[in-house]
Design a binder for this molecule. Structure first.
Ligand SMILES: [Zn+2]
Ligand SMILES: [Zn+2]
Length: 190
């Protein structure tokens, strides 16, 4: 079987079964797991399938980066966008960390992962382990208060020296934004 045929076969299985383990695919196709990974790589790059902790799953149309933000409904295709991967493997694209954190707060029981980008290096990182700088003197032209995301706390601190702001972890950042939004808004009281 050619790689292209195996890829078609994998996509057909995924359409019927939603998700598959790599070991299952390797057994069914009678090829090594290495080969399965090699077959999957282009599909992952084309955003047709998504890698999960247990294997792969079919990418839903919601994964298309032109989606609107689930929180503020702005288009979320920019560099600031943050992906919220839900337990059912659906993906929501928040326009920025602000909306991602607020959305997470609303649906956290259904969230399996939050994926964002390091502000300096543009690498993909797990938001729950990231460092957030809020109220820095830098306007990112999205929702306020706007957290700037860093993979490393050390770099966040270096950035803070130049641009100010305060450093928070994931949970603290959520609480901080909730608090600031209440102060900003006179009409919504919980
Ligand atoms: Zn938004
Ligand atoms: Zn935003």
């Amino acid at each position: 079987m050619l790689p292209i045929d195996r890829q078609k076969q994998i996509l057909t299985w995924l359409e019927n079964e939603k998700s598959l383990r790599v070991t299952t695919i390797s057994q069914r196709l009678d090829v090594s797991e290495m080969t399965v990974y090699r077959d999957l790589n282009p599909l992952i790059k084309q955003n047709k399938v998504i890698k999960t902790s247990s294997g792969v799953t079919l990418s839903t149309p919601a994964a298309v980066p032109t989606d609107n933000c689930p929180y503020c409904l702005k288009p979320s295709s920019g560099k600031l966008s943050v992906q919220i991967i839900k337990e059912n493997q659906q993906i929501e694209n928040a326009c920025c960390a602000h909306c991602a954190l607020m959305r997470y707060q609303d649906i956290k029981n259904n969230v399996s992962q939050v994926i964002c980008r390091d502000f300096l290096k543009d690498t993909t990182i797990n938001a729950k382990a990231a460092t957030f700088l809020i109220d820095a003197d830098l306007d990112l032209n999205c929702c306020e208060p706007q957290p700037i995301i860093f993979a490393s706390r050390k770099q966040a601190k270096q950035f803070q020296k130049g641009f100010g702001g305060k450093i928070y972890n994931f949970q603290e950042a959520i609480q901080m934004i909730l608090k600031e939004m209440k102060v900003d808004c006179c009409c919504c009281e919980e």
